[in-house]
Ligand binder design. Sequence first.
Ligand SMILES: [Zn+2]
Length: 264
Amino acid sequence: MKKDFKPDQLLLGGTAKQEYVPLDGHQLYAKKDGPGMYLSTAIRAKMQNDKKRFWAGDNISDYVAESDIESLITEAAQAFEQVLDALLIDRETDPNSQGTARRLAKMYFNEVMAGRYEPAPDATAFPNDSTDRYEGMLVVRSELRSMCSHHHQPVSGVAYIGIIAANKLIGLSKYTRIAQWCARRGTLQEELCNDIAREIMRATDAEDVAVYIQAIHGCCENRGIMAHSSLTQTTVLKGSFKTDGNTKKEFFDNIKLQQEFAPR
Ligand SMILES: [Zn+2]
């Protein structure tokens, strides 16, 4: 049973979303009638149709409604059950494994990868254009929790965000909210550093932005080289942080002062 459907109707319409999923690429849709015909299949087809990239570090909140999350968690929980079965873990009689599939699904959507599904944090900007405007450097330290795309192992560390105030300012907590929104995805630290710089520039209209991240990676500590004291540092410099040696030095001096104030 096939029926022509526009992808937008599929995802925006109330009941259509529940009953129809796309087949054969983009144009053909069939009534949902068995396993494998899932909401995630429909959303994936729409993103492919729109040539929307959906890598582990990409935000796809334009394609996933808040009301979709519960259904997607149920799908992921069923898939995690299959993973546990393949690992030969008894999820029927082992009390610690009974709810694990659903716990994993919820953890991915609501916590460790929440930054993929949630829209950008609201960062209201305040004007900084009076005669006594703030013209100095601002350095904000943000705690980060992330996950590596390669092994889905935890990454934990801090980002130091430096900015020369432009014509608008955002609330101090917003820097950390933006950084954490970028981090709560599957990431590479190098890309995460770029992502945070780009989103801070977008929220503040500032051209002079720097981001320094230092983090420890579960994939180096818990497996592979088992390196327990390894620390990875990445830096992205934009505008005067890149072109002016004094600005760059002030940024790193500020980081040292922060680390003396509260070691991290
Ligand atoms: Zn890794």
